[in-house]
Ligand binder design. Structure first.
Ligand code: AMP
Ligand code: MG
Length: 348
């Protein structure tokens, strides 16, 4: 991670949790994985147990990072991607198979807007790199030709753990929901260790367990355009908050921004400004849904939310208007000086 990014991320993490009063009994630890800092706050636990448990989770995270990495050699997903692009059959491990099954389901639920099989398109845009790409843009005709091959999770054939694809354009990229799966796993390990109150925060995407003492965990949703927060809310036990936005990572060329979130129908970056937040007990699903809602945008979010069955959704559009489900509207509060325009509608 570059120093600049570190300097940006550190205050952000503390800002997100700024509402959480510090107690001496809080155990805090930060690990670096998936290109971001993951902060653990664990309450009411023996510090030695908390430390041991975070160390175990960090080891699991590092394995996920290696084996679920879309393009770095040495891991399982990258090896699978090479096999698929060469038309070969690949034997997938028990560790990765459930993730592939989830990816198939999320693509179906999103009606193809969330498509973890478009790794080649994401790569063609230069986003398979640790740093943001600069310089010449890719050839748009080549991008469109790649998208026209319609890579899809539904191309995959299974014989037990053996996976193949007749469509060589399929390349798996789980960047849109792997963090959610990882944080779900982290909370499971904390629970198994007997820990009852914790929050695991990966740069604003977070899972909770229990409460913050005698009140719920209080968190904030980042403003999509400006520095700071747009709304605050309390999260109950096992509620997880995921936010996706096409402003988060992008490349810039001649004043135009090209976002890291791609519309699979065209292969082009999502160009409406939008930030989508979802609360759900399944962090992987919330993460996938937030990315799908970002692709759908202010016009199409309704259908996607309905299909995913998510009833706690908040979307911010380019004008700063907030679109919310009724349940979310009851939960959020806004800074007094910044009352936004709000549209509430119920997709369910
Ligand atoms: P997130 O920050 O959770 O919205 O995930 C963004 C990441 O998901 C990108 O960096 C890509 O790796 C991947 N991605 C981009 N577009 C899509 C899409 N339409 N469907 C699924 N994954 C995508
Ligand atoms: Mg996501």
């Amino acid at each position: 991670m570059s120093l600049r990014l570190l300097i940006l991320v550190l205050p952000l993490v503390s800002l997100i949790l700024s509402a959480c009063e510090e107690k001496v009994s809080d155990y805090k630890s930060t690990v670096y994985v998936f290109g971001t800092l993951v902060e653990f706050i664990i309450r009411d636990a023996d510090p030695a147990l908390a430390e041991k448990t975070v160390t175990k989770i960090d080891q699991d995270f590092q394995r996920m990072h290696k084996d679920w990495h879309a393009w770095k050699p040495g891991g399982e997903l990258q090896a699978l991607n090479v096999a698929l692009s060469e038309g070969r059959v690949f034997e997938v491990s028990d560790f990765t198979l459930p993730l592939i099954r989830d990816a198939i389901r999320y693509e179906q639920l999103s009606n193809g807007l969330f498509n973890p099989a478009i790794g080649k398109v994401i790569d063609a845009w230069g986003f398979h790199a640790d740093e943001m790409p600069t310089g010449r843009l890719p050839d748009f005709d080549e991008i469109k030709a790649l998208a026209a091959k319609q890579p899809s999770m539904s191309d995959l054939n299974f014989a037990g753990h053996l996976v193949s694809s007749p469509n060589k354009a399929v390349s798996l990229d789980f960047g849109g929901f792997a963090k959610g799966v990882a944080l779900d796993h982290a909370v499971k390990v904390l629970k198994d260790a007997g820990i009852t109150n914790a929050i695991v925060n990966a740069g604003g995407d977070l899972n909770t367990l229990g409460s913050h003492g005698d009140r719920p965990w209080r968190v904030a949703i980042k403003h999509p355009v400006k520095w700071g927060v747009i709304a605050g809310l309390d999260l109950g036990d096992d509620e997880n908050l995921y936010t996706s936005g096409n402003y988060q990572r992008f490349r810039e060329h001649e004043g135009v921004r090209y976002a890291h979130i791609i519309d699979p129908r065209t292969g082009m970056p999502v160009d409406h400004i939008v930030s989508a937040s979802v609360i759900h007990e399944n962090g992987g699903l919330a993460d996938a849904a937030a990315t799908a809602l970002t692709v759908a945008g202010p016009e199409g979010w309704y259908e996607v939310a309905k299909s995913f069955g998510v009833d706690l959704v908040l979307l911010v559009d380019a004008e700063g208007t907030i679109h919310m489900t009724p349940k979310m509207a009851k939960r959020v509060s806004f800074p007094d000086d910044k009352k936004p325009t709000i549209v509430v509608s119920d997709p369910l």
